[in-house]
Structure formats: structure tokens, C-alpha cells
Design a protein around this ligand. Structure first.
Ligand code: ADP
Length: 230
């Protein structure tokens, strides 16, 4: 799936705008959050705690969106260092394990090729992996009553590239979702930002890599991230 010039322009514009206004919006949001928390006991007395809960959730969501804007507006040239692919994956799996456990999901990391190294911006690529695994966890959460969730992660070396495969047995995607999932702001989640994959796509492209996706609605999804090896 190719990200179009239009999508790239949209992301670049978004980055410029967000960098200039994000902080200005964050400050009043922080103030609003604080005061709502002070008001909360009074709302509770009135039997309106639900209102406070909604306001807080929505403020947090606005903050998440701003945070992702800021990330997408950072200078796009990666600060590269050579690291082990397996080491990186192990770290990312560790970071997501507690959430997986809570959702009753297994993450299986297949540790083959321990020596394989890539030259990457560790922070950016970690963000991509976290996005992918979190998406898989969300997809699994929504079918958790039907089957046990599992995420399989493995790598395949092909010539001077490594394919990092992240496969889940979650909800999968229908045709409409598949055709739009890299669009900035496209989301099917109630509290999604729709920025995770758009930003991931740009990061991988900036590393000279590719993202490939394969999904069956109701069955599961596989993302393949391809990066040049050192
Ligand atoms: P968000 O997670 O905020 O919705 P993303 O850009 O990360 O934004 O994802 C866009 C959409 O792509 C999601 O709302 C979801 O519909 C779909 N998606 C992404 N990953 C998966 C997955 N592993 N399984 C099913 N659907 C997915």
C-alpha cells in the first residue's frame, strides 16, 4: 500500500501547525483538568460523577492527540545507531507485556537471527513497534470472548533486508479499513486518534523501508515491516 503525496502533505502540514500550537493548547487543558478534579467531589454529591469522568477522559484524549501531533512534527531525519533487531524487539515486548497480560493475550517472540543488526532511530522505530503491538492488542481485545488472543513476532532475513512480522489473531479488517488505515485521522476506535499508522508509515519510509499488511476480517492481521540491515 502506497502512501500518496496528498497524505504526506497532510502529515507535513499537520506537523507544522501542531508544533506551533500544541503547547498553547496543552496549558489550558492542564488547567481545566485540575479544576475538574477539584469540582469532582461536588459533582459526585449531585450524582453527576459521570460528567466528571467524561470530561477527564476527553481531556486525556485531546492530550493524546496533541502528543501524537508533536511526535509527527519532530524533524523527520532519523538519528541512526546500529542495534540488534532481536534486542529491540525484546525490549518492546517487555514494555507491552503487562498490557497483554491484562487482556489475556500471549506475545510470542521467535528469537532466531540474534546477530542481525539494523541502523535505525531507536526511538522512532520503537514507537512504530509499540503502535503495531498496541493495535494488535486492541484487535484482540474486541474478540476476546471468542478465542484466546495471541501475537506472534518473528523476523525473516532476505538479502540485505529484514522483515519484521507482527501477526495477531484479532478482529482483522474489512476492505474499507484496509484501504484507509494509513490515512491520517482514520480510526475505527471510539477513542482512537488515527495517527499511529500514518506516522509509522512515514517513519519507516524515512528509514528506507516498507510496510506491508495482510488481513482477514474476523481472523487476524499481519503487519510486515521491512528494513535494510547493516
Ligand atoms: P488508531 O489506533 O488510533 O485507530 P492507527 O493509525 O494506529 O490509529 O490505526 C488505524 C486503524 O487501523 C484502526 O482504527 C483499526 O481499525 C485499524 N487497525 C490497525 N491495526 C490493526 C490490527 N492489528 N487489527 C485490526 N485493525 C487494525
Amino acid at each position: 500500500i502506497e502512501q500518496t503525496a496528498y497524505q504526506n502533505d497532510k502529515l507535513a502540514m499537520l506537523g507544522r501547525i501542531s508544533a506551533s500550537i500544541a503547547h498553547e493548547i496543552r496549558n489550558p487543558l492542564t488547567a481545566i483538568r485540575g479544576f475538574i478534579q477539584l469540582l469532582r467531589p461536588h459533582l459526585m454529591e449531585l450524582g453527576r460523577d459521570e460528567y466528571a469522568r467524561i470530561i477527564l477522559t476527553e481531556i486525556d484524549r485531546a492530550n493524546d492527540i496533541i502528543y501524537e501531533f508533536l511526535n509527527s512534527s519532530k524533524p523527520s531525519a532519523p538519528q541512526k545507531t546500529a542495534v540488534s533487531v532481536m534486542g529491540l524487539l525484546k525490549e518492546v515486548v517487555m514494555l507491552t507485556e503487562s498490557e497483554a497480560l491484562m487482556k489475556g493475550c500471549q506475545i510470542a517472540l521467535n528469537e532466531n537471527d540474534k546477530l542481525m543488526r539494523v541502523s535505525i532511530d531507536v526511538k522512532q522505530i520503537k514507537q512504530v513497534m509499540l503502535n503495531m503491538i498496541k493495535n494488535s492488542l486492541d484487535a484482540i481485545e474486541s474478540i476476546s470472548r471468542e478465542r484466546e488472543g495471541c501475537i506472534d513476532i518473528h523476523t525473516v532475513l532476505e538479502g540485505s533486508y529484514v522483515h519484521i512480522c507482527i501477526e495477531d489473531n484479532g478482529l482483522g479488517m474489512d476492505h474499507n479499513t484496509l484501504s484507509r488505515l494509513f490515512d491520517p485521522f482514520f480510526t475505527t476506535k471510539e477513542s482512537g486518534t488515527g495517527l499511529g499508522l500514518a506516522v509509522s508509515y512515514r517513519i519507516i519510509k524515512n528509514h528506507g523501508g516498507f510496510i506491508h499488511v495482510d488481513s482477514k476480517h474476523g481472523r487476524g492481521t499481519q503487519f510486515i515491516i521491512t528494513l535494510p540491515v547493516v
